[in-house]
Design a protein around this ligand. Structure first.
Ligand code: ADP
Ligand code: SF4
Ligand code: MG
Length: 366
């Protein structure tokens, strides 16, 4: 399919987003080399990512390890600040410093439920603390703890409240971690690979819990995962990231039924799907590029079986290929339009390079 070149931002289409990131970019400064040859280099973890999370919707961010998914979640949580781009809560700009009020509205669920719960404290302790911070009266705390446990389907609560984290299964621990985030009554849940460390048998239960929070409590949910099959199961919309950039964004069904970007096709071909017959759509080798010196043009071109001459020279535009479905790939641009865009006048510069935080010590891994 070919359409005219239309540069559009990869955004989730949400009428009244609760939380919105516009053109978010983040670099980390890291050390390269050894001894006297050590020098600082900038790693482009996330570039120009726009995303909006609406009430009662799940948006999945999918990609291989190192593609920038966790960095996007941390930017949205305001744990780190972007070097450029904007964050809006209910349409209002979010201050650069993370306030307690913001933290209560936008909560993060982490990959490893064991690491996020202190092993020396009982479950009651983990839930009472955030409730107190939220000024729940002492006489109401026990009722509030019970209600939290019921909301995450740990019922009857009396069976769990006096246990230590190690006495629970991985799935139950992740439910407690989610209950703890619910204690401060958030409107947005940022779940970073919440099931990837869990036993396969309990993953579905935790995904269904996130679906329940979306459907019954109208929460806005970000679901970060490397597993496109689980994104298809849970999310209303999927954004695919490659090497720090969004390459495709669409309602889940459209993206998985009609993947438009060769990288999305690669992810789908690698995902187990009992419904899909026949050969995988695309099989290609290679690994994601270094973000210290990403390839010129399309970052996927060294791995792409469809790469053309222009792909190695000019970054492709984002093209709307169906309603609310966009892909950043030259394949969707008319052959006659495949050329470098006119250079922008200096006044069109959009962002300033400020606040390049040196966080090189604290990598997050995949
Ligand atoms: N605090 C940090 N300091 C330096 N590099 C980082 C930091 N956090 C993430 N990175 C790097 O940014 C890139 C994206 O990381 P991340 O967002 O964790 O990807 P993902 O969650 O998709 O695996 C990786 O190359 C990672 O090493
Ligand atoms: S722009 Fe070119 S290299 Fe990149 S995904 Fe499309 S065809 Fe492949
Ligand atoms: Mg990650």
């Amino acid at each position: 399919m070919s359409v005219a070149t239309v540069a559009i931002p990869h955004e989730t289409v949400t009428e009244h987003p609760v939380l919105e990131g516009r053109g978010l970019s983040k670099r980390f400064w890291v050390r390269r080399g050894h001894g006297p040859l050590t020098r600082r280099a900038s790693l482009r973890a996330v570039e120009d990512v726009s995303i909006s999370l609406g009430a009662g919707k799940v948006v999945a961010v999918v990609g291989e390890s190192g593609s920038g998914k966790t960095t996007v979640a941390r930017l949205l949580a305001r744990i780190i600040t972007p070097e450029s781009g904007q964050l809006l809560l209910d349409g209002d700009p979010v201050p650069r410093r993370r306030s307690r009020k913001y933290a209560a509205q936008v909560q993060m669920v982490f990959q490893d439920p064991f690491a996020s719960l202190n092993p020396v404290h009982r479950i009651r302790y983990h839930l009472v603390r955030p409730l107190r911070i939220h000024h729940i009266d002492d006489q109401d705390v026990d009722t509030a703890v019970d209600e939290l446990l019921r909301r995450v389907a740990l019922s009857p609560p009396s069976q769990f409240v006096d246990k230590f984290p190690h006495e629970l299964s991985g799935g139950q621990r992740q439910r407690v971690a989610i209950a703890r985030t619910l204690a401060v009554r958030p409107r947005v849940l940022l779940a970073d690979e919440p099931v990837s460390m869990l036993d396969v048998s309990v993953r579905l239960g935790v995904l269904n819990l996130l679906a329940d929070l979306r459907d019954r409590e109208h929460m806005a949910v970000l679901y970060v995962t490397h597993d496109i099959a689980s994104a298809r199961y849970l999310a209303d919309r999927i954004m695919v990231m490659y090497a720090g950039q969004v390459v495709e964004s669409s309602p889940s069904v459209s993206l998985t039924d009609h993947p438009a970007h060769p990288y999305t096709q690669l992810l789908l071909s690698a995902a187990p799907d009992p419904d899909r017959m026949g050969r995988p759509l695309l099989v290609t080798g290679g690994a994601p590029p270094s973000l210290l010196a990403p390839p010129a043009g399309c970052r996927f071109h060294p791995r792409c079986p469809h790469a053309m001459d222009i792909c190695a020279r000019v970054a492709p535009p984002s093209v709307e290929i169906a309603p609310a479905h966009s892909a950043t790939c030259w394949l969707h641009v008319d052959a006659s339009d495949r050329h470098a865009p006119d250079p922008e006048p200096p006044a069109a510069k959009r962002h300033t390079n400020e606040d390049l935080t040196d966080l090189s010590a604290g990598g997050t891994g995949g």
